[in-house]
Design a protein around this ligand. Structure first.
Ligand code: SAM
Ligand code: SF4
Length: 320
């Protein structure tokens, strides 16, 4: 798939629910958000139909996200369905990890290729504060459980913030020393007005080098996303940075998003969307391919977080 600027689009992030078992301060308000009605949410079969159509025109990678994808019933059934689609190369999942230990085996047996676990701190009190209710020991149990399945790539995603960010960065990065997992620091995007300053990539790297010695840049890009990676001596996994605000990577953007209610969202920042659910439910699946192609022609050239912030009430609605 090509967009109007000639970029190859081969990656779809699918939000399968807008519900979540946490309330991270930078993602959604404490009281949560009004949830979609069950009937408005795409069924697994409808998601499969959309992905089958897109795979015919070049979709290669899908990531299941949310809200929290593991709160949706039998999430592994979707993994199984997507894994059977010809030409689709990877099916991955982003989760807060609270329910990961419970569902890891079913997800792996369904063919999951990778899991990204969101974990912003190892400190139990700080974790409860940032998530407003979470128990970090459950996330760590999920990470531990995944060690039984070395065929599945595990990454930890960390959004830093607050006064003790240097200590937090060192301890979360330390997971890549202990486990064969890649730890990525994700720059905080302007959404919730929680008054917490994000951390710049260069400052985080400097704090890590002070603790772990000089980092070696990784020559080859890893995966198909916008991260840059470095390697510390003695670490089993790599350390990555995803800095959408300070190191804008829109020129190489390869992704689009599908919301839980079946809207194709062309850019994280912009709320311009195309309703694919209407086509699927109206029996017009033959129109999916031309509709997606037409929509791609209007994918924005770049985000403008600087001017507008993200056009949504909450990141859980669009899958991060
Ligand atoms: N609930 C799952 C989780 O937390 O991994 C999946 C959905 S969550 C919206 C996906 C990712 O978006 C998480 O890694 C989360 O840290 C990130 N995220 C949410 N709000 C963000 C923000 N304002 N800036 C940067 N990342 C954010
Ligand atoms: Fe839920 Fe993920 Fe948003 Fe946290 S970041 S509130 S876990 S959707």
């Amino acid at each position: 798939m090509k967009d109007g600027y000639g970029r190859t689009i081969d990656y779809l992030r699918i939000s399968i629910t807008d519900r979540c078992n946490l309330r991270c301060t930078y993602c959604m308000p404490e009281e949560g958000i009004p949830c979609l009605a069950h009937g408005d949410i795409l069924t697994y079969e409808e998601i499969e139909t959309i992905c089958r159509a897109m795979a015919q025109i070049g979709l290669k990678h899908v990531r299941i996200t949310g809200g929290e994808p593991l709160v949706r019933r039998q999430c592994w059934r979707l993994v199984e369905k997507l894994r059977r689609i010809p030409r689709l190369q990877t099916v991955t999942l982003t989760t807060n990890g609270i329910l990961l230990a419970q569902y890891a085996q079913q997800l792996v047996e369904a063919g999951l290729d990778g899991v990204n676990i969101s974990l912003d701190t190892l400190d139990a009190d700080a974790y409860r504060e940032v998530t407003r209710c979470g128990d970090v020991s459950r996330v760590l149990a999920g990470l531990e459980e995944m060690q039984k399945y070395p065929q599945v790539t595990v990454k930890v995603n960390c959004v830093l913030g607050g006064k003790k960010w240097e200590h937090t960065a060192r301890s979360v990065a330390g997971l890549a020393k202990e486990y064969p997992v890649h730890v990525r620091f994700i720059e905080r995007m302007p959404l919730a007005d929680d008054g917490i300053q994000g951390c710049a990539q260069d400052d985080v790297l400097a704090a890590l080098e002070a603790a772990y010695g000089a980092a070696q840049p990784c020559e080859k890009p890893m995966g198909f996303g916008p991260s840059t990676y470095v390697q510390f001596t003695g670490f089993l996994g790599k350390i990555g940075f995803i800095s959408a605000v300070s190191h804008k990577f829109c020129a190489d953007c390869n992704r689009i998003r599908l919301t839980a209610d079946g809207k194709l969202r062309l850019c994280l920042q912009s709320d311009r969307m195309v309703d694919l659910r209407a086509l699927v439910r109206g029996g017009h699946t033959g129109e999916l391919i031309p509709t997606v192609q037409e929509a791609l022609a209007h994918k924005p050239q770049a985000h403008c977080f600087e001017q507008h912030g993200i056009e949504t009430a909450c990141m859980s609605q669009i899958g991060g």
